[in-house]
Design a protein around this ligand. Sequence first.
Ligand SMILES: [Fe+2]
Length: 258
Amino acid sequence: MRPDVAIHLEQWFLNYVRPFINGDAESEVLRIKLEHSRRVAEDMTGIARDLGLAEEAIHTARILGWLHDIGRFPQYARYRTLRDDRSVNHGQTGLQILDSAGVLVICEPADRKIILAGIGCHNRRTVPDAMDADVRRFVLMIRDVDKLDIMQTLYQAWKNDEFRRHPELILGIDLEGGVNPQVLADIRARRPVAYANIRSLADFFITQVSWIYDLNFRPSYQRLAQRRLLEQAAEALPQEPSVQAEVAAAVQHVRARL
Ligand SMILES: [Fe+2]
């Protein structure tokens, strides 16, 4: 993507989201989502660089970072929830917004394909098999970067006790309570955790630990390690041996990929 196209899309996105963030308490969740988008755009840039991508591909990566969660804004404004299962699939909503705005006409077709696939697949449990290798690379990048930022943000929110103020940030689940054995069974089997089984905050943090088996690039593992994201999740989890054993296994898995 040419740099002027990237600047245009970034400005368009910031203008699009501005009316959703008006400073009242209700729009605080979307202000947090905007900051998430900003950090994801930065990390997409960094990882694209570390992977040795060309300058134009780095711009594409950055714009995918900015745009990936655009569906969150109308979703939350309309339904007052971030739960897709109780409202809309926010990836698909993002695609509809871009389609009706027609803003991607200024991109090359190849970039348009990447942005649309990235938004549509960033929140799927798995990536569809049929996809060009080049498109797939960006889809995997956005999935990695999104996970890294969610891990960081949720730990910080837990540390600062923000969940009580914004229960929506963790999709309104039980703040107390231990790890659901079904979630642990998913992690042991190295399968994606079924979201229906996530009932407590502990389930949420152990699910994040399981995400490390679904990272795709060395620069992602490096960021995870530098930011001590697993150690932070471990701090928020119950000290039970069965839970901490999964953390230890995850730490080993990451070490082997640095
Ligand atoms: Fe998302």
